[in-house]
Design a protein around this ligand. Structure first.
Ligand code: PLP
Length: 231
């Protein structure tokens, strides 16, 4: 399939998932995850009208950002080391992986230096797998209270990664739990403004995530493809 065909196909699948769950497709934002592809391919993605670009490491993103950073809205979706904050702040509009106080403090400092309000998602490890980053659901409310007065960070919502499942349907409880956690935290009013965003769903499971309320889906292989397939 060409990039154009993949974009169309994904759009159809998102729309169908929205129809099944009675959601408005406009509320589902697609992030094209370009970590597997070149700068050239990333340029094609932007040219096709996708405006949100996701990268998980600054080392991989740097060349692409230097070439194309002004053209899209960039999302940092991977684990963020504290010493990399200075590289990504002011380039990436959204950070999807806020998972600890030391990182929040560093983002707050960098946000102040650049006079920015950095949009973040708090990453939650719903599935409890050792290999995944993120706070436990129980740690999330205390963490949000700790950072609520950080004036250069705005927590727009929560992010999670589901375990890889052969059957996408098996990821549903993870996505549902993240949505319920956000609703619960909003009821407790642990943030200054209610959180509205759920960053969840990848190539393997995005339709289930949409059915469970995802407002940002992060799509690499199914949408952008992998470099081997392009050359
Ligand atoms: C790589 C990556 C994705 C996209 O993965 P695909 O399965 O190729 O869609 C999404 N989110 C994060 C955090 C990633 O690192």
């Amino acid at each position: 399939m060409t990039l154009e065909e993949r974009i169309k196909e994904v759009k159809h699948r998102v729309e169908a998932a929205c129809q099944r769950s009675k959601r408005a497709p406009d509320n589902v934002n697609v992030i094209a995850v370009t970590k597997y592809v070149s700068t050239q391919m990333t340029a094609q993605v932007l040219k096709q009208g996708l405006e949100h670009v996701g990268e998980n490491r600054w080392q991989n993103a740097e060349e692409k950002w230097n070439a194309l950073g002004q053209q899209g809205i960039w999302h940092f979706i991977g684990h963020l080391q504290t010493n990399k904050v200075k590289d990504v702040v002011s380039k990436f509009e959204y950070i999807h992986s806020l998972d600890r106080l030391s990182l929040a403090k560093e983002l707050e400092k960098a946000g102040a230096a650049h006079n920015l309000e950095i949009k973040t998602f708090v990453q939650v490890n719903i599935s409890g797998e050792d290999t995944k980053y993120g706070l436990t659901p129980e740690q999330t409310a205390p963490f949000l209270k700790q950072i609520r007065d950080f004036s250069h960070i705005r927590v727009v919502g929560l992010m999670t990664m589901a375990p890889f499942e052969a059957e996408a349907e098996d990821t549903r409880p993870v996505f549902r739990a993240l949505r319920e956690l956000m609703e619960n935290l909003n009821q407790q009013a642990v943030t200054n403004e209610p959180m509205t965003e759920l960053s969840m769903g990848m190539s393997n499971d995005f339709e289930v995530a949409v059915e469970e309320g995802a407002t940002w889906i992060r799509l690499g292989s199914v949408l952008v493809g992998k470099e081997e397939e392009e050359s």
